[in-house]
Design a protein around this ligand. Structure first.
Ligand code: SF4
Length: 463
């Protein structure tokens, strides 16, 4: 092919009982868009999760979304018939995002692409992926469709059978220029930068305008821990970090060029090994007086939260703090990777309060329903978190293929989680069992939500 190819990138729908836009942008797809553009290719993007789509928001079949604090919010949604595996599950099922007719219209506005590239996230959202593939094929028959992202990586066999895509991308990003050349005949002119994390361009946020309420920020990939329930090592085996200058420049671009105030970090291990990267950036921002707000929806590592770090997070404008505690039961935390214990956690909370955060700023993730766990253990953890003056958030266990805990999960689940990804849905709770039932899960979630947390002394009183 002599002329550069045109790529159509698609962020598909979420199909689930519930979904909330907690600063979720398709950052991988946006980096891919930048790499393709820098490589000389044409790029168009359709975001099926756009909360600001006018056609969708005025459509009678759509239940409207809702804006919440700091750019987060509820997606518009449309009720769907439940897929077979969920038929007895007592919840409504929805497609979250734009109306399919809006998607079709957006496709028709685009010139015929040479390649369609769809991303994916949770394995159990594959019905939204398949629908996007099907509709894109209707409008552009004959154009090859590739599927990448998390579902493609974790369930390649299922994706091959079910998604309708021509190719399932499981390769490392460094191998993609060669694949592009084989399919389109075009050699991207930046092939050497694809595998070089530090040479990556900023994500192509401009493609999301005008629905840009916040920006995703990634300062590094991977995690040095190996918790047995987590897919981080499988999805991001390489640990790498951007330099301070690069992180600062990206934040400055998003703030000054796009007017972004709210930033959400997507790192799995934001504060680990960050002394000379993120820390330098936050010191600079704190010094200048922060005009922006930071959010850490992915849990921060409790062990990193020294008083110095907490002071810095507060001074730099962090507004949302989530901590990964998982459990306060000593034997369990060791079995689950040993990255935190209750003493470390209580110290971290003291440090956060001492730095000026309030109980409303801090949420603590507690895992619930893992193989071998009992409801009583979760109740104990909820109590300790409440006593510490912050909010517990129950994270229902979702079995993830390829994780060290996967075989145990498959052995105890009464459902066929090996062949049906819909059973990975955390709301469905497929690892229910006689000593940890679905009703136990519902009660624990209610308990975590309803009980008022203990009153804290005023911030800074530890000093
Ligand atoms: S520390 Fe967090 S990101 Fe790292 S492996 Fe454990 S759960 Fe995953």
């Amino acid at each position: 092919m002599s002329s550069p190819p045109l790529f159509l990138l698609i962020n598909p729908w979420i199909t689930d009982f519930a979904a909330f836009d907690l600063w979720a942008k398709p950052i991988g797809l946006l980096v891919l868009a930048s790499l393709l553009r820098d490589g000389g290719c044409g790029v168009r993007l359709i975001d099926c999760l756009d909360r600001r789509d006018p056609f969708t928001n005025s459509h009678p079949e759509i239940l409207p979304g809702m804006d919440k604090k700091f750019g987060a919010g509820k997606y518009p949604r449309m009720r769907l018939a439940k897929p077979g595996p969920y038929s007895d599950f007592p919840r409504y099922f929805y497609r979250h995002g734009i109306h399919p007719e809006s998607f079709r219209r957006k496709l028709l506005e685009i010139e015929k692409p040479d390649l369609i590239w769809i991303t994916s996230s949770m394995t159990y959202w594959y019905p939204g992926v398949s629908e996007a593939v099907r509709l894109a094929r209707e409008v552009f028959p004959g154009t090859p469709v590739w599927l990448g992202g998390i579902y493609a990586k974790l369930c390649p066999g299922h994706a091959e059978r079910q998604s309708g895509a021509d190719r399932i991308i499981t390769e490392d990003i460094s191998g993609l220029p060669k694949m592009i050349c084989e399919t389109t005949g075009y050699r991207v002119r930046n092939a050497s930068t694809w595998g070089d994390f530090n040479a990556w361009p900023f994500p192509a946020l401009d493609l999301l305008k005008p629905g840009l309420d916040y920006a995703p920020i990634l300062t590094g990939t991977g995690c040095p821990f190996r918790c047995p329930f987590c897919a981080s090592a499988r999805l991001q085996p390489r640990r790498a970090r951007f330099g301070a200058e690069r992180i600062f420049n990206e934040i400055a671009r998003d703030h000054y060029d796009f007017g972004i105030i709210d930033f959400a970090f997507y790192d799995d291990a934001l504060l680990i090994d960050a002394e000379y990267t993120l820390k330098t950036v936050l010191e600079k921002i704190a010094e200048e007086g922060p005009a922006i707000r930071f959010h850490a929806p992915n849990a921060l590592h409790v062990r990193a939260l020294s008083r110095d770090w907490c002071d810095l997070l507060h001074a730099a404008g962090f507004k949302t703090i989530r901590l990964g505690l998982e459990t306060t039961v000593d034997g369990k935390s060791r079995e689950w990777g040993g990255k935190v214990n209750t003493e470390m956690y209580l110290d971290a909370v003291e440090n956060l309060f001492g730095a000026g955060f309030s109980g409303d700023d801090i949420g603590v993730y507690l895992l619930c329903g893992l193989p071998g766990q009992t409801p009583e253990e979760v109740t104990e953890s909820i109590g300790i978190v409440r006593q510490s003056g912050v909010r517990p958030h129950i994270a229902e266990y979702s079995p993830i293929p390829g994780t060290p805990m996967w075989d145990k999960a498959a052995a105890i689940s009464p459902f066929d989680i090996r062949t049906e990804p819909l059973y990975h849905n955390n709301t469905f709770y497929a690892c229910r069992r006689p000593d940890f039932t679905y009703e136990d899960m519902v009660l624990l979630k209610r308990e975590a939500r309803s009980k008022k947390r203990e009153e804290r002394p005023v911030a800074g009183s530890r000093e």
